[in-house]
Design a protein around this ligand. Structure first.
Ligand SMILES: [Ca+2]
Ligand SMILES: [Ca+2]
Ligand SMILES: [Ca+2]
Ligand SMILES: [Ca+2]
Length: 340
């Protein structure tokens, strides 16, 4: 190696070392924010937004089936007053609190339509929705054009809290072009802190620690029992954290209860450790009438209604506790008798 090339080599080597060092420092210099501190910052920002934005309340409230684009958030400029027929968001949102990852969060819900349907999703159910998502600076990062069906448990924590407070559509009709028009659907908007959104995780179009605004329409919902053990997934959580599907593993075999067909690991599947009585009728109304007449005990629930070639079915599930120790058999390895 002659002098000229060795100089270049040393220069590149120094540059490489320097670059590596800089990369390391870049990574180290961005520790995740403290959730409690970030919540204070986020809540100030959200309240600021709600105090400086109004919406077309009279117009949208008068509509039977308002679309997402019908609901408009408009910035109140300094010195202006809210026009009549419009309302300031802060005066109309419901203020909610919840605990997520041991932090108390506040979030805000604007309810335009409760929804005329009978169904409300649990946080782990499938939902059919239209939505529009934006940052508080007005940047839209996602929007549906036709309703999508998705498992609500895969959505961000804010959605788990908000959607169960709404009802589904009460009717729909198929159009000539194959699309479906819904009416009487639940519709609203949520204003959620980053801690109930993506927090420190960067998403396409969503910077880290972004507060999020969603408008949504809830068309339909369907109960989810991910492991088909007859215990709906929303019930396969701990009492202390009703939204944490993955954190509840009774037999500690690394399969969380909602994905475990033998929850207590005693060798008898859960479906055989509970009592199931099926009710059927040729009409939905007839079945509902029968179910309404039932007087449920505290350890009983009715599974969602399903239909199968003209017959409507629902299961009355009893969580039997044979040894009377307060733990139902399917979660109690000490009690493994199969229920007849
Ligand atoms: Ca289940
Ligand atoms: Ca398990
Ligand atoms: Ca299970
Ligand atoms: Ca079992």
């Amino acid at each position: 190696m002659n002098y000229k090339y060795s100089t270049i080599f040393i220069f590149l080597l120094v540059l490489a070392i320097f670059s590596c060092k800089e990369d390391e420092e870049t990574i180290i210099s961005v520790p995740e924010s403290d959730r409690t501190e970030q919540q204070v910052i986020d809540n100030d920002s959200l309240v600021g937004y709600l105090n400086t934005h109004y919406y077309n309340s009279s117009e949208v409230n008068a509509m039977t089936n308002p679309s997402l684009n019908d609901l408009m958030f408009i910035e109140l400029l300094d010195g202006d007053v809210v026009p009549s027929d419009y309302s300031l968001l802060i005066d109309n949102v419901e203020i909610k609190t919840t605990t997520h990852m041991d932090v108390e969060y506040m979030y805000y819900v604007l309810k335009i339509k409760q929804g005329e349907g009978e169904m409300s999703p649990e946080f782990s159910d499938d939902i059919k929705v239209n939505y529009w998502g934006a940052l508080t600076d007005g940047t839209v990062f996602d929007q549906t054009t036709t309703p999508i069906v998705n498992d609500l448990s895969t959505f961000i924590p804010g959605w788990h809290r908000v959607l169960p407070d709404f009802n589904t559509s009460d009717s729909f009709e198929s159009n000539i072009d194959g699309s479906v028009s819904y009416s009487g659907y639940g519709m609203g908007a949520m204003f959620i802190p980053s801690g109930l959104g993506y927090f420190s995780t960067y998403q396409d179009g969503i910077p880290t620690y972004s507060n999020l605004i969603f408008k949504f329409e809830l068309m339909q919902t369907e109960s989810n029992d991910h492991d088909s053990d007859n215990i709906p997934s929303y019930m396969e959580v701990s009492d202390s954290n009703q939204y944490d599907l993955y954190g509840f593993d009774t037999d500690e075999d690394s399969a969380p209860d909602f994905l475990d067909t033998d929850d207590d690991g005693d060798g008898t599947i859960t479906a055989d450790e509970i009592q199931i009585e099926t009710y059927s009728d040729t009409t939905l109304e007839g079945l509902k009438f029968t179910l309404d007449e039932l007087v449920l005990l505290s350890n009983q629930f009715i599974s969602s209604i399903t239909s199968n070639s003209g017959t409507f079915n629902a299961n009355l599930v009893t969580l039997v506790d044979s040894n009377d120790n307060g733990v139902p058999n399917y979660l109690d390895p000490a009690e493994s008798d199969t229920i007849e």
